[in-house]
Design a binder for this molecule. Structure first.
Ligand code: ZN
Length: 171
């Protein structure tokens, strides 16, 4: 059923264009894997740079709203992400990803299409907001004995974050 795919050369290799989202200069890769399921190399000078493609992966996989972007700087996140990349035959390699840029640009909107005249249509997706999540978890937990969190991992991570965060004292 699934195969390792075929690595094919790209005719437009080396052609450059600014990233649709952050504007960083990108180059068309030399090759791509026909079976790549994530971080696919574009065959023309158009689209997202690898860092914006990583951010987009979090949108597509539904994890964006629950991901604290600062946590993406941790090697504890990079290792499993690399395992997912290998499994999905990613065209990008782990060493290409600049996690600091992924985090820095986390709030930028994504280009989701083009108008008939070729102008990019941009869309902003929800961004992790600790305050909002604390509110939601409080509402979810209300009246439910022992909590009622659907996602133990997330609530554990949230608790850890709250313990390690400096208090936001109004002054
Ligand atoms: Zn970019």
């Amino acid at each position: 059923m699934s195969s390792k795919g075929k690595v094919i050369p790209l005719a437009r290799a080396g052609q450059t264009a600014p990233c649709d989202r952050c504007g960083e200069l990108c180059k068309v890769a030399a090759t791509r894997n026909t079976e790549a399921q994530m971080l696919r190399a574009a065959d023309r000078p158009k689209g997202n740079c690898v860092n914006c493609a990583v951010a987009e992966w979090f949108v597509v996989s539904g994890l964006r709203e629950t991901t604290d972007p600062q946590s993406l700087l941790s090697p504890a996140v990079h290792k499993p992400f690399e395992a997912v990349m290998r499994h999905a035959r990613s065209d990008a390699s782990a060493t290409e990803i600049r996690w600091d840029r992924v985090v820095q640009n986390w709030s930028l909107p994504f280009v989701v299409g083009y108008t008939p005249t070729g102008k990019p249509k941009k869309k902003t997706f929800p961004v992790f907001d600790m305050e909002q999540w604390v509110d939601r978890l409080h509402r979810t937990g209300r009246g439910a004995p022992g909590g009622g969190y659907a996602d133990a991992t997330f609530s554990d991570r949230l608790a850890e974050h709250l313990r390690s965060s400096p208090k936001n004292d109004a002054n």
